[in-house]
Design a protein around this ligand. Structure first.
Ligand code: ZN
Length: 135
C-alpha cells in the first residue's frame, strides 16, 4: 500500500464516521430548540437545554411557555378556551402546542436550525398546521 492510499483510506474512514455522526444526530428524536410562531411569523427560538419561562405578550394575548428538563409546556394563557394549557408537555421534534385564539404555534425543532432551508420548512409546516386546525 502506498502512502497516498493510506491517506485516502483514512480520509474515507473519517468521512464515513462524520456522516454517520450527522445521521445519528439528525435522527435523534429529542429536539433541541423550540420555535414560537405568532400569526405565521417567527417570534423567537429558545434552547430546550435551558430551564426557563418565556412570557409572550402580543396583540392577540398573553401566554407563558415553560421549559424544564427538555420539555415544553404552556403554563399560562388568557385565551378563552385554555386549550393550549391542556396540551401538556412536548419534548420530541415536530411536536407542537397550538393556541389558536392567539395565533400561536410552539414547535420543537431539531439541531439544524441555522440554515435558510429550515426557515422555509418552518413556514410551510406552520401553514399546514393552521389549515389542519381550521378545517
Ligand atoms: Zn390558548
Amino acid at each position: 500500500m502506498k502512502k497516498n492510499d493510506i491517506i485516502l483510506a483514512a480520509a474515507i474512514f473519517l468521512f464515513a464516521g462524520l456522516l454517520s455522526a450527522i445521521i445519528f444526530f439528525s435522527g435523534n428524536e429529542r429536539g433541541s430548540f423550540v420555535t414560537v410562531t405568532i400569526d405565521k411569523k417567527v417570534y423567537g427560538t429558545y434552547s430546550l437545554g435551558e430551564n426557563q419561562d418565556i412570557t409572550i405578550d402580543t396583540e392577540f394575548g398573553h401566554n407563558v411557555l415553560h421549559i424544564e428538563n427538555g420539555s415544553v409546556s404552556m403554563t399560562e394563557a388568557d385565551c378563552p378556551d385554555g386549550y393550549c394549557k391542556r396540551q401538556g408537555k412536548i419534548s420530541t421534534e415536530k411536536e407542537t402546542i397550538v393556541c389558536l385564539p392567539h395565533k400561536l404555534v410552539v414547535e420543537i425543532r431539531g439541531t439544524n436550525t441555522d440554515d435558510g432551508q429550515t426557515e422555509e420548512q418552518t413556514d410551510g409546516q406552520t401553514d399546514e398546521d393552521y389549515d389542519i386546525l381550521v378545517k
